[in-house]
Design a protein around this ligand. Sequence first.
Ligand code: NAD
Length: 382
Amino acid sequence: MVVRCRPGIVLNSVFATVPDQRCTAVRCTASGKRSSLSPSFTHDVSPQRVVFAPGALARIGEEAERLKFSRALVVATPGSGARLGEKIIGLLGARAVGLHAQAVIHVPKAVAEAGLFAAREAKADGLIAAGGGSAIGLAKAIARDTGLPIIAVPTTYSGSEATTIFGISEGARKVTGRDVKVLPRTVVYDPDLTLDLPASVSAASGMNAIAHCVESFWADGRTPVTLALASEATRRFAKNLPAVMADGHDGEARAQCLVAAWLSGCVLSVSNGLQHKLAHVLGGLSLPHAQAHAIILPHVSRFNLQAAPEARARLAEALGSHDPAEAIANMLRQFPIPQRLSEIGFDAGKTDFVAGEIAAQSITSPRPVSAADVRELLNAAF
Ligand code: NAD
């Protein structure tokens, strides 16, 4: 069958029509006739059960039973996280063995060790991570060493619950790795739990999730599935994150952002370029993770999109803007979160250290990144 189309444009029934790309099966020749082009990618995902509904928290007992938890340790951050943890203990009844509400951002090594000790002391046979990326990160650190299964109850948009990635920080460095053992077996998404998420955390973790999507558009490991999920997540965030900022109790916008967060987590495994490597090095310097992501995202986008026309077209389409990097910068400007690295404690004296760390990683996709490029980017973001 011959499909007539504009030369040089890729036809794709699932994805939007965008300029040249790797992951499509059909390409138009100069004559406007379709020619076959083999896609080339590896899509490798581990199974995960996802329960999504307003009020889904009430089903946590059922989900724990499904995984045969009889001594579940609930892991959370202090404060609001601990309150949610206590509620979960109440819902689990005899299946709960205790609450460990000592999660801290970036999972410092000592915090990971204390979590491991608590799980062993309690003879836990399962973990319930209740909260944002910090609580989920601590549960992952425990699971990495014990193999205990996790049920995640996410309350921010970090997307960590959908990945096999774990991270532990020590000194000025954060070490990350991948292990299928740390992927939560089940995720219970209850948008009602996000209604009181402060605007600042909503915006920062939402921008963190958008960063997962943006970077997945130019990532070497992108697949038709990650591209589709990233487009969908970006579209939902672009429409609903501003609505959440206007009214945190807008249940529909909250639910749409949580769906987008899930999808963004699903593409995070391929998002390992400049954006995430830079955020990672900044995290090692104790900068807040989501805020650092949000601040550098417009700058990294501007830098990389010049060399990634396909990613630019996809992002432009998802954001409804001809200048996607500027659209992201605009989004950031409207959010009640720090706008510059100087506002989140970045020491400009560390610029050369960060530039050296990134240059040493020899990033090439979508373009090479030199130490001078990183210095320029950090100066602009400072
Ligand atoms: P967070 O978990 O640190 O939460 C931020 C603050 O919001 C905390 O004080 C928390 O108690 C509070 N909070 C969370 N949910 C709330 C709610 N519903 N209502 C009121 N307060 C609430 O922030 P985060 O951005 O979700 O996570 C950041 C961490 O996640 C970092 O350590 C980062 O490295 C990690 N992360 C990991 C991955 C991964 O795949 N491994 C992905 C993204 C982020």
